[in-house]
Write a protein that binds this ligand. Structure first.
Ligand code: ATP
Ligand code: MG
Length: 431
């Protein structure tokens, strides 16, 4: 029996006390991506299974082991998105976005689903932010996308992270590489895991990405793709590097990066953190020049990346980054008696319409308990409202930080709060 008071394995709740961190990061990511011309695209959480099989690749871990696939009541095979690129490109093709001015630049944000072994930094429901840029083959396009990923990580507050890049060539130069890889792994084929023995024939590069320790140990000494690049791919990679150099974005070349999905060509890259344990890749991406055509769209080059929001937050936490905390409650109005409660309700409504966070008693507490609650809320000001205050139209606005009280006109409470906020700002900035 499933436990009904426990979230499913590999899923996390984001509690109200933490959600501001998510909101800050998400807003920042969308805002920075906007500076590079990316606009958000929202695609369904589920797609026809075929969309992922065909585009992520049927020899990848994601498709072979990790997808949440089910048959719906209409007998269709449906899969919860394990990543966004396939769905985003499906949408770009469906809505002919490439017939407008190129490049098409879209970004996305949302939950992804993979049936994996849950551990730190590896969940079954996790969140990705990513971008896709369609219609540009120039090396500058690659450098610009990498620069965006770099700025996103900096703008959310990450102080230290390393960029690793590689080129995995085009189908032409990769054919040679596949031969060399096959020969290498063939000699050790009996030691490979069952999945990789099958991959040996169909797609030997996928063995390089296998998580089994035995396969990983064998793969360590395998030939690397960068030694097999054709002249054009070599020149492209050299140009990407010079753009990165010119933009002062530091990187190291890691010839072992192949990426976990089948659709990549030429440039691939990862941002890796030393601060979050074994699941250290925060962002991964690269070029996928054949993918749009593979989806039934125009033959257009593409590139992009995806970052894991949970891993990004883990880096921020381990680097003790200070994220802007949510604004506290502006005012708590504590009524004494029924008439005052009615007045407090009306005042709160008016203040909220003016953009203040205002609270009053809705559970029926006595005055003392109300003040304790106002403290817990972290209210900046409190105001006690009794019969005499209602009669005189005047009440004392108490600043909770210093205990100072100012007499204010109840009917001009919003103005009093503006003034008080202004005065404390002026004090803070010494003006
Ligand atoms: P890994 O090698 O860690 O399995 P991947 O190659 O499968 O990663 P991608 O498909 O490239 O990852 O996804 C991009 C990013 O999404 C990753 O770099 C990571 O930050 C995040 N991510 C991927 N899978 C998970 C997961 N199961 N839980 C949390 N974050 C994930
Ligand atoms: Mg994976």
């Amino acid at each position: 029996m499933a436990e009904i008071n426990k979230a499913p394995r590999g899923t996390n709740d984001v509690l109200p006390e933490d959600s501001y961190k998510w909101q800050f990061v998400e807003n920042k990511l969308l805002e920075t991506a906007g500076l590079y011309g990316y606009r958000e695209i929202r695609v369904p959480v589920f797609e026809h299974t075929e969309v992922f099989i065909k585009n992520v690749g049927d020899t990848t871990d994601v498709v072979q082991k990790e997808m949440y696939t089910f048959t719906d009541k209409g007998d269709r095979s449906i899969t919860l998105r394990p990543e966004f690129t396939a769905g985003a490109l499906r949408s770009i093709v469906e809505h002919s976005l490439t017939s407008a001015a190129l490049p098409v630049k879209v970004c996305y944000l949302g939950g992804c689903y993979r049936y994996e072994k849950p551990q730190a930094g590896r969940l079954r429901e996790f969140h990705q932010f990513g971008v896709e840029c369609i219609g540009a083959t120039t090396p500058l396009a690659d450098a610009e996308v990498i620069a965006l990923a770099n700025q996103l990580l900096t703008d959310v507050g990450i102080k230290k992270i390393s960029l690793e890049i590689n080129s995995i060539g085009c189908p032409t130069c990769r054919a040679e590489y596949h031969k060399a890889l096959k020969a290498y792994f063939q000699a050790k084929s009996s030691e490979l895991c069952g999945t990789c023995q099958d991959r040996l024939e169909r797609n030997p590069m996928r063995i390089l990405d296998c998580k089994s320790p035995v396969c990983a140990a064998i793969a360590k000494d395998a030939p690397v793709v960068i030694d097999f690049l054709c002249d054009e791919c070599k020149a492209h990679f050299e140009a990407v590097k010079s753009y990165l150099d010119a933009m002062a974005i530091s990187y190291t070349i890691n010839p072992r990066i192949v990426r976990g999905l089948d659709y990549y060509t030429r440039t691939v890259f990862e941002f890796v953190s030393g601060d979050i344990g074994a699941q250290s890749t925060v962002c991964g991406g690269g070029r996928y020049d054949g993918l749009l055509e593979n989806m039934g769209g125009q033959s257009q080059p593409g590139l992009g990346f995806a970052m894991g929001v949970e891993r990004l937050l883990m880096v921020l936490q381990s680097q003790q980054a200070e994220l802007p905390e949510p604004r506290p409650c502006d005012i708590y109005i504590a009524p004494m008696g029924e008439a005052a409660a009615l007045n407090a309700a009306v005042l709160c409504k008016a203040l909220r319409e003016e953009g203040f966070e205002a609270a009053t008693d809705i559970v029926g507490r006595g005055l003392k308990a109300q003040m304790r609650y106002a403290n817990k809320l972290g209210a900046k000001y409190t105001l006690v409202l009794g019969d005499s205050e209602i009669e005189s139209g005047k009440a004392k606005l108490k600043c909770m930080a210093d205990g100072n009280e100012t007499e204010v006109d109840i009917n001009a409470l919003a103005e009093a709060l503006y003034d008080a906020n202004f005065a404390s700002l002026a004090e803070a900035f010494d003006i």
